[in-house]
Design a protein around this ligand. Structure first.
Ligand code: HEC
Length: 163
């Protein structure tokens, strides 16, 4: 085989393996109930398209200025400010929103963050519970299958590993 053919051959293999790995990651979303240690977790629900669309509008109106157009947060969000407060984190898989169950996310968004943690406003006067769940549905579309599986699991069992 000449050098060029070998390069093409190698390229095809890399793309094929990458494709399979990507497909597997997409395919890990649990579509059946899972029982672990006697606790049965129902299948991860499919997100409702209308709810996602509604959540995106609400996100773009109330959250985008701090958490970013692509849910990317601000650069250096991991570094505390001199006063100990935090900057707006991302909401996609790179952030830690998926570490928290739905009930805690609802609480943070309704009541606001703790003042000592940073400037996360309270939205209970502006947004209904339904609006907030729609924003969460929109946020969940940015997560990979593993993050969704994990967050569904902790939401259902009310376990939170990370506070
Ligand atoms: C004025 C800026 C600002 C706006 C607007 C804002 N946030 Fe935040 N948010 C922050 C900051 C700063 C933090 C980090 C401090 C903390 O966790 O309390 C944060 C943290 C959070 C957290 C907890 C961390 C996490 O990812 O679990 C959630 C959830 C959240 N925001 C959701 C929202 C949603 C949804 C909206 C829109 C309805 C919104 N925020 C609007 C500034 C903002």
């Amino acid at each position: 085989m000449n050098k060029r053919l070998r390069l093409i051959f190698f390229g095809v293999i890399v793309v094929a393996v990458g494709g399979i790995l990507f497909w597997q990651k997409q395919a890990t979303l649990k579509s059946e109930a899972v029982t672990i240690n006697g606790i049965t977790v129902p299948p991860v629900p499919v997100l409702d398209a209308e709810e996602i669309a509604q959540g995106k509008v609400t996100y773009n109106q109330y959250c985008v200025s701090c958490h970013g157009a692509d849910l990317e947060g601000v650069p250096n969000w991991k570094i505390s400010q001199p006063d100990g407060t935090l900057l707006p984190p991302p909401h996609d898989s790179n952030g830690h929103t998926w570490h928290h169950p739905d009930t805690l996310l609802l609480q943070i968004i309704s009541d606001g963050g703790l003042p000592e943690n940073g400037n996360m406003p309270a939205f209970s006067e502006t947004l209904s519970e339904e609006d907030i769940y729609a924003v969460l549905a929109f946020i969940k579309t940015s997560w990979g299958a593993e993050e969704r599986d994990f967050q569904w699991w902790i939401s259902t069992t009310q376990n939170s590993f990370y506070e």
